[in-house]
Design a protein around this ligand. Structure first.
Ligand code: 5AD
Ligand code: SF4
Length: 481
């Protein structure tokens, strides 16, 4: 659902078909982080109750919703391009309405309506429950906007409609917003202050997924390690909580343990972790429960303590390295991945070399690397000049991407000759004779299908690999099934 499966050229015929029934068709697509994909499932759930049916065909939609990302300028440009496409479709389907959700909606607010004529509806990340009212406004011919950020909305009471995916893995959101205020990041402005979801509603959602046959959940949040439930409310207000609330509060390590115990046959992942908030209790929980995957996405952003300070990351290069050491002491086979930004204002060649040497130290299994993009309203945009020329940013990016590829290949090769447990997710893209799944460490593995099926945990002997994919043969079903 989140991507257009078929750019249908016979739009008109499809519109006729759509208009025959009474139900309205919703086309929803998501850009950006996993949280947006997860939010779209909440939106689909809210609108299903309003009589909408989801469709994969843009041309037959009565309502098009695009869940947007503001993290970098390029992400916003992608959305603008997409709006052009909707504009073209609207020429053959004039009654189609278009709504913008997510971070760009929150950032631009009603300016969106002026800048993009195609847009009828602008809804920020905390206002999705208001969608039925807003759509009524639009139906009556008025544009509608709700971008109010909330201090307690977590959508904990909504059972998401699962879009896309293969029925094996799912996301479950546990926190919303972020209080970290990294100076480059627009997220605290678009998603508001940090709040956590009731653990009982998280357990309920995980149990429902288990009943539907799902085998893996990823607990999602901008900063999962900072999860703290004390009866609701903002994380920053915890200091004013009552003694009882404090005594019965649930932190991330406790939540992880609760979920791991509730569904011991389901794999459990989480993302994103930030070094300054990750506690050893989390690492001990990972070591204790075999169903918590040995994989941590631990963005570092830069290997230079000076740049980390300017980014307000609240840890030094050395503290990050100490955390890495502790992770491997407690969980020796833990895979670690990074996010890194090149060309943050004032970054020197020496700072860049510090990033490369940190990468050499960790040898990350995977990485997500970006050139710095100044975001309006952030502290960096207000206080520090974006002074690194684009060609320098890009050259540094190429250098770290090349280095990461070397490290990924090194990490992938470590699996050669080993037998690992793989959870089958889907058919391999390259061969209909092979399954594709992932190891605990999140490395993709492919192997001949034989009699196995998606959702099976299979023991796979790894005989070969490319830089990112393991190639093997099934040795049998894992006892985890
Ligand atoms: N420019 C470039 N990359 C950014 N990220 C966040 N903000 C920016 C920005 N202004 C990256 C960070 C973060 C990831 C989700 O996106 O690396 O961890
Ligand atoms: Fe942005 Fe930093 Fe929060 Fe991540 S931790 S969402 S980078 S402010």
């Amino acid at each position: 659902m989140e991507k257009i499966i078929d750019e249908n050229k016979q739009g008109e015929a499809l519109i006729l078909k759509a208009k025959k029934g009474n139900e309205r068709k919703l086309f929803i697509e998501s850009y950006g982080c996993q949280m947006n994909f997860s939010d779209s499932e909440i939106v689909a759930s809210i609108l299903t109750k309003e009589g909408f049916n989801t469709t994969n065909l843009l041309e037959e939609a009565d309502l098009v919703l695009v869940n947007t990302c503001s993290i970098r300028d390029k992400a916003e440009q992608t959305i603008r391009k997409r709006l052009e496409k909707y504009n073209a479709v609207k020429k053959i389907n004039p009654s189609m309405k278009v709504g913008v959700l997510g971070c760009m909606a929150e950032r631009l607010k009603s300016k969106f309506l002026d800048e993009e004529k195609i847009v009828d509806l602008v809804v920020g990340p905390d206002a999705y429950k208001d969608l039925p009212n807003l759509i009524k406004e639009v139906d009556e011919g008025r544009d509608a906007v709700n971008v109010i950020l909330s201090k307690d909305e977590t959508y904990g009471d909504i059972s998401p409609v699962r879009l896309g995916g293969y029925g094996v893995t799912a996301f479950v959101s546990i926190t919303r917003g972020c209080d970290n205020m990294c100076t480059f990041c627009v997220v605290p402005f678009t998603r508001g202050r940090e709040r956590s979801r009731d653990p009982q509603s998280i357990l309920k959602e995980v149990n429902e997924l288990h009943e539907k046959g799902y085998k893996e959940v990823t607990l999602l949040g901008q900063n999962v390690d900072s999860y703290l439930w004390y009866g609701g409310g903002l994380k920053k207000d915890f200091k004013n909580a009552s003694d009882i609330q404090k005594a019965t509060s649930v932190n991330f390590a406790q939540l992880l343990s609760m979920v791991a115990e509730e569904q011991p046959k389901m794999r459990l992942r989480f993302s994103t972790s930030n070094p300054q908030d990750m506690t050893e209790d989390v690492l001990h929980a990972m070591a204790k429960y075999p169903n918590i995957c040995n994989y941590i996405h631990l963005p570092v952003q830069s290997g230079s303590s000076r740049i980390l300070d300017l980014m307000n990351r609240q840890h030094t290069r050395e503290e990050y390295m100490q955390l890495i050491d502790r992770i491997w002491e407690i969980i020796p086979d833990c895979a670690i991945s990074q996010d890194i930004i090149t060309g943050f204002p004032t970054e020197t060649e020496e700072d860049h070399q510090d990033t490369m040497s940190l990468m050499d130290y960790v040898k990350y299994s995977f990485g997500f690397m970006f050139v710095y993009s100044e975001r309006p309203g952030t502290l960096a945009a207000r206080k520090i000049e974006d002074d690194i020329p684009m060609e320098v940013k890009k050259r540094r990016l190429t250098e770290i991407v090349d280095l990461q590829q070397k490290h990924s290949a090194y990490r992938t090769k470590e699996f050669l000759g080993k037998t690992v447990e793989v959870l089958i997710e889907k058919e391999s893209k390259k061969s209909d004779q092979h399954w594709s799944g992932r190891t605990q460490q999140n490395t993709v593995a492919v192997f001949p299908k034989e009699h196995y099926k998606p959702g099976d945990f299979v023991l796979v002997k790894i005989n070969d690999c490319t830089s990112a994919t393991l190639i093997g043969e099934a040795e049998g079903i894992s006892e985890n099934n």
